[in-house]
Structures are given as structure tokens and as C-alpha cells.
Ligand binder design. Structure first.
Ligand code: F6P
Length: 357
């Protein structure tokens, strides 16, 4: 008999259920005697022993369902080696539950933080296979993460909808896009939505250049400007600060987010009317787009094959449209960022998009 634990961890996204369905289908298809343990609310369930036994029916009808049927939570990696409020050793507790449930392996769906803990569990001797989840697309070792394209669709729709109202009123609109410390989502939604200015963390902006780009549009008779601004966008001056000083500065900032600060600066300098739109967590919600359903199904099926072959200690990634196993130690602790010198940036600049540099 084979027993496999499923766990979803970190911020949710649209295609988690589709991915679990892929793994489950592949296992139910090929392994005669298989039990799947749904570990509830991420690593928390593994620590505190919360689970439910899954049945094949649980994985039916969830291909298009957003969120995660087994729940998730954020459990910071940096606190993993610290005891909980009752003095419990978290890592030991996770290992004990793994043994108690007689698991042959753990299937972990998650992003960056999740992968650090997954690698720690591997180092502690557990059999682990991970799947690359995040709307941020910032996981090292894979060209694409599931959730990303669905989020691109939503962020693009937000920019599309802003276009008509921006044009009617002749205003400057800022759409703030998620993505944590990287600009993939903003870059893709910005290009897809025809944003005039795209600000991403990898290219610190000069506010004079941003204002210059708006003025240039005004001079040629364009009455509105749309900026796609990453939540992690940073000015040239702030990029010079140490991480600690920058964090301190942000903490004392009177604006709720970077977009409001940029909006105030632009308003002051251009005299134009500014509006800020923050789609926020809507970017993680709703149904997965067809692209995500396809990669989730492929990644899930491949994970099933790896489990059957006992190929553990890897993330199931996509490179050049092929599914590949990537050693967890290569993935954990690294960010995949937008390269400012990459061709997509050059092409976007050829289209006249200003990056504020
Ligand atoms: O990592 C996914 C993400 O949505 C980021 O884009 C964003 O910065 C963060 O999670 C928001 O986290 P939370 O849901 O904990 O507010």
C-alpha cells in the first residue's frame, strides 16, 4: 500500500486544485492500493496533526475551482527552527506526524517560502516532491509557475477596464499589480493591457523620467496615461538604501502603498488628476485560466510518475515546455527575477513603454 500526503502552503492561487487533481488522477490510475492524506492548512496541519483522508471523489469537479480544497496558511521559514508558543519543536512534530501517518512521501504545492521548508524536510530525511505555485512566477528552476497566467488575465482585465474611464476623463491612472519583490506579473499585464509606463522592482525608477513620459504624451495630444506599477516598485534613491533602512522608511511612509506615493508625486509635478486602482487579492481569485489548467494537469501527472518511480527531493518544473525534475536544494532560497537586459524588456521599450529608467 502506498500513502501520499498532499499539502498546499503559502498564499493561494487559482490552479492549486487543478494540480492536486492531476497528481491524484495519475496515482489512482496507476497505483492499485493508494491512500491520499489531505494535510489541512499547509505546514500547520503537518505540525499539529490535522488531516483528512481523501477519496477519488474529492478530486472530481475541482479542475476549475480556485483556492485549495485542503486549505493553506503562511508559516514563515525563519521561524521553523523556533519552538511554538507551547514550546513544541515544529520540525520534530512534522517528522513525527509524517511517521505516524505512515507516509511514503509528501507532495507540497507552494512558492518560495514553502520551498525552503520543503528542502529542510528533505534534509531531515522525508521524501518530498514539490510543485511550483505562485502568481508571482518568481520560483527559481522553472520557466513558469501555475497561477501566474490566471493572475496575468485578471491584472490585464483591470488595466483594460481602466482604459475607457481614463480616456473619458483624461486622467492619469495607476494600476498596482501584485508580485511581491518581482515584476513578472506587472510586466506581462502591463504589455497585455497596453500600459504606457511599467514600473517593476528590477528596474528602479526615476520619477523625473516617469513625469517626462507623461508630459510627452500630453504634448502630442494624449489626454490620459496608464501606469502599471508593481507593489514592489522602488525609486532609484530608495534602491540605494540598505534593506533595513528601506524597510524602516516604508514603515513610516504616510502612503498606503508605493502607487499612492508615485501618484502624489506625479500629481504635484504635472497638475494632472490622478487615480489609483489596487486589484489586490482579486488577482489570486476565481477560476484558473486554460493555460494554467494545462500546466497544472501536466505537472500533476508528472509528479504522479515521479512518486511511482520514487524520484524524491525534487520540484516538478517546466523548462522549454518540457517537464523536468529540479533538485530542491537548487530551488530553495533563490528568486527568479526579471532581467532588465532581457529581450522582453527591450521589446517593451521598442513599443514605447517607459520603465522609468
Ligand atoms: O505571493 C503571492 C502574493 O499574492 C504576492 O503577490 C503578495 O505580495 C502576497 O502574496 C500577499 O500576501 P498575503 O495574501 O499574505 O497578503
Amino acid at each position: 500500500m502506498m500513502r501520499v500526503g498532499f499539502l498546499t502552503s503559502g498564499g493561494d492561487c487559482q490552479s492549486l486544485n487543478a494540480t492536486m487533481r492531476g497528481v491524484a488522477k495519475a496515482l489512482y490510475e496507476k497505483v492499485e492500493d493508494i491512500e491520499i492524506v489531505g494535510i489541512l492548512d499547509g505546514y500547520k496541519g503537518l505540525m499539529y496533526g490535522n488531516y483528512r483522508m481523501m477519496k477519488p471523489i474529492d478530486f472530481s469537479g475541482i479542475l476549475t475551482e480556485g483556492g485549495t480544497i485542503i486549505g493553506t496558511s503562511r508559516q514563515p521559514f525563519k521561524l521553523m527552527r523556533e519552538p511554538d508558543e507551547n514550546g513544541m519543536d515544529k520540525v520534530l512534530a512534522m517528522k513525527n506526524n509524517y511517521a505516524k501517518w505512515k507516509l511514503d512521501c509528501l507532495v507540497i504545492l507552494g512558492g518560495n517560502g514553502t520551498h525552503k521548508t520543503a528542502n529542510l524536510l528533505r534534509e531531515e530525511g522525508l521524501n518530498v516532491i514539490t510543485l511550483p505555485k505562485t502568481i508571482d512566477n518568481d520560483l527559481y528552476g522553472t520557466d513558469m509557475t501555475f497561477g501566474f497566467q490566471s493572475a496575468v488575465n485578471i491584472a490585464t482585465a483591470a488595466i483594460d477596464n481602466i482604459h475607457t474611464t481614463a480616456a473619458s476623463h483624461g486622467r492619469v491612472f495607476i494600476v498596482e499589480v501584485m508580485g511581491h519583490d518581482v515584476g513578472w506579473l506587472t510586466l506581462h499585464a502591463g504589455i497585455a493591457g497596453g500600459a504606457d509606463i511599467v514600473l517593476i522592482p528590477e528596474i528602479p525608477y526615476d520619477i523625473d523620467k516617469v513625469v517626462g513620459a507623461i508630459d510627452k504624451r500630453t504634448q502630442v495630444g494624449k489626454k490620459f496615461t496608464i501606469l502599471a506599477v508593481a507593489e514592489g516598485a522602488i525609486s532609484k534613491e530608495d534602491a540605494e538604501l540598505s534593506k533595513k533602512d528601506y524597510k524602516k522608511k516604508i514603515k513610516n511612509n504616510k502612503y498606503p502603498s508605493i502607487s499612492y506615493q508615485i501618484g502624489a508625486e506625479i500629481g504635484e509635478r504635472t497638475g494632472q488628476e490622478i487615480r489609483v486602482t489596487v486589484p489586490g487579492h482579486t488577482q489570486r481569485g476565481g477560476i484558473p485560466c486554460p493555460y494554467d489548467r494545462v500546466i497544472s494537469s501536466r505537472l500533476g501527472a508528472a509528479a504522479g510518475e515521479f512518486i511511482i518511480k520514487e524520484k524524491y527531493g525534487v520540484m516538478v518544473g517546466i523548462r522549454n515546455n518540457e517537464i523536468v525534475p529540479v533538485p530542491l536544494e537548487e530551488v530553495a532560497g533563490k528568486l527568479k527575477m526579471v532581467d532588465p537586459k532581457s529581450s522582453i524588456i527591450k521589446e517593451a521599450k521598442s513599443l514605447g513603454i517607459c520603465f522609468g529608467d
